[in-house]
Design a binder for this molecule. Structure first.
Ligand code: HEC
Length: 208
């Protein structure tokens, strides 16, 4: 027996008690870990007047102004500044009433779309129709979509006489502003996409 084992023997007395004190050490360690975990959970879900301890800042604190907040930098104390009076942002002029409103200079609905129904426009329209219109009006356009079958909501068939003879500009208005139970699709669909859908709907109507 060399010196080191002799020392060990003295310290642990017997192999059995050595094992049990090892277990004790392990469970103490686990207890500490548990307490630490619980302590780390504080701050979330607990009310306190103190700000939470922020160990990892990530990008939570940034030197920036929030929208709608007040601001000491500008005379009018608003973070969100209005455009300079009489100016128009680049690309926001929208003078072309035919393209942007589906109306002529006199304010009447255009009979036909200002965009030529090229293959590319029709393909784009078919894709957008499939995403934004087909869920309710169905791929065929008969209006027997999800709202009608599940909720009994009457959904207009795009093959109705009234829609067949509706000016393209009015269709543009329906997509842009919504109508009755149908909401506006101006937000997800750009102006060009709306005209593309109309070109596709006309093709769909002719197909039946
Ligand atoms: C969430 C379901 C839903 C979606 C999606 C939807 N519609 Fe409709 N649509 C309706 C309902 C419901 C009506 C009937 C509205 C009413 O008369 O109150 C309607 C009516 C219409 C009408 C008839 C308007 C009129 O003058 O009576 C047209 C045209 C139309 N939708 C086109 C479209 C096009 C094009 C799209 C895709 C951009 C579209 N809809 C997407 C539910 C939908």
């Amino acid at each position: 027996m060399d010196r080191s084992t002799k020392l060990n023997r003295k310290k642990w007395d017997s192999p059995v008690s050595a094992r049990s004190s090892l277990r004790l050490g392990q469970s103490r360690f686990l207890l500490c870990l548990l307490v630490l975990c619980l302590a780390a959970g504080c701050g979330r879900g607990m009310t306190s007047k103190q700000p939470p301890i922020h160990i990892f800042l990530d990008m939570d604190l940034q030197p920036k102004y929030n929208a709608q907040s007040s601001n000491q930098f500008f005379y009018n104390r608003m973070t969100m500044q209005l455009p300079v009076p009489g100016t128009v942002a680049l690309g926001e002029l929208r003078e072309d009433t035919a393209l942007y409103q589906g109306k002529d200079a006199a304010g009447e609905y255009l009979a036909t779309s200002p965009l030529e129904a090229t293959d590319m426009l029709l393909a784009r329209g078919a894709g957008r129709y499939g995403i934004y219109c087909a869920p309710c009006h169905r791929a065929s356009g008969d209006g027997q979509g999800i709202l009608y079958t599940r909720g009994g909501v009457p959904t207009t068939s795009l093959h109705e006489e009234r829609i067949l003879t509706m000016p393209d500009g009015e269709l543009f208005g329906v997509i842009t502003n919504g109508l009755g139970l149908m909401s506006s699709y101006a937000y997800p669909l750009s102006v060009e996409d709306r005209w593309a859908i109309i070109a596709y709907v006309r093709q769909l109507q002719e197909g039946q």
